[in-house]
Design a binder for this molecule. Structure first.
Ligand code: HEM
Length: 193
């Protein structure tokens, strides 16, 4: 049963990627395909980050442990979409011109912030295998708390661009505020364990 759920979640998480591939193949990405790819993959990276952050509260509030069991895989999907986002930016916007890439990473604040979020998500992905959890012990938990910082940085990255309609940014920001607020309330004992 558990394995079936895992496989279903895995396949569902790949759907946005394949839909995007179909649009690429059909040349159906609008007037600025590179930008559209950036926007779509960036949004999915942020959505998977928020979904991953929602799993612990969902498990605690419902008592359904299966939510937590999808956490690692969905976190890795956030890394997957963020990697496609980063790669397509390097390839299709900057044509792998390494000097230009380095310059943008260092000199454009919204890019620097996105990159910082990416490095955190990458570090969490690299340390997600069970062997790493065992090896890092208590430090693993400390390190993985950085997921909150990654989500805040990703949101600042989005707000900085704010070409999207404000409503979307408010929605993502609101969801993140609820997810972080839940943890603060729980820590303060205002939500019962
Ligand atoms: C690796 C470093 C990153 C770079 C170089 C980068 C670059 C970009 C670029 C060029 C855009 C499109 C701007 C435009 O509209 O023209 C964008 C948008 C976006 N990125 Fe990133 N990004 C990075 C990391 C991330 C990460 C880690 C996340 C989320 C986890 C993220 C989420 C987003 C979102 C949500 C958007 C806005 C999409 C929209 O306009 O609706 N980015 N990023």
């Amino acid at each position: 049963m558990d394995i079936l759920l895992k496989r279903t979640v895995f396949l569902l998480a790949l759907v946005p990627f394949f839909l995007l591939l179909i649009r690429v193949q059909q040349n159906n990405l609008g007037p600025d395909p590179a930008q559209e790819l950036s926007i779509e993959t960036g949004e999915w990276a942020l959505r998977f980050l928020l979904i991953t952050l929602a799993l612990t509260p969902l498990a605690q509030l419902t008592g359904e442990v299966r939510f937590v069991r999808q956490r690692r895989m969905l976190g890795l999907f956030a890394l997957f979409y963020a990697s496609v986002h980063f790669l397509s930016w390097m390839a299709f916007i900057l044509g792998f011109r390494w000097m230009a890439i380095a310059e943008e990473l260092l000199e454009r604040p919204y890019i620097t912030i996105g990159f910082a979020a990416y490095l955190i998500i990458l570090a969490l992905g690299v340390t997600s295998p069970r062997a790493m959890v065992r090896r890092l012990g208590k430090n693993w938990k400390r390190l993985h708390k950085l997921i909150y910082l990654a989500a805040v940085l990703a949101l600042i990255h989005l707000l900085w661009i704010l070409r999207t309609d404000i409503q979307e940014a408010v929605l993502y920001g609101g969801i993140l505020a609820v997810l972080l607020g839940y943890r603060v309330f729980r820590k303060l004992g205002l939500i019962k364990r």
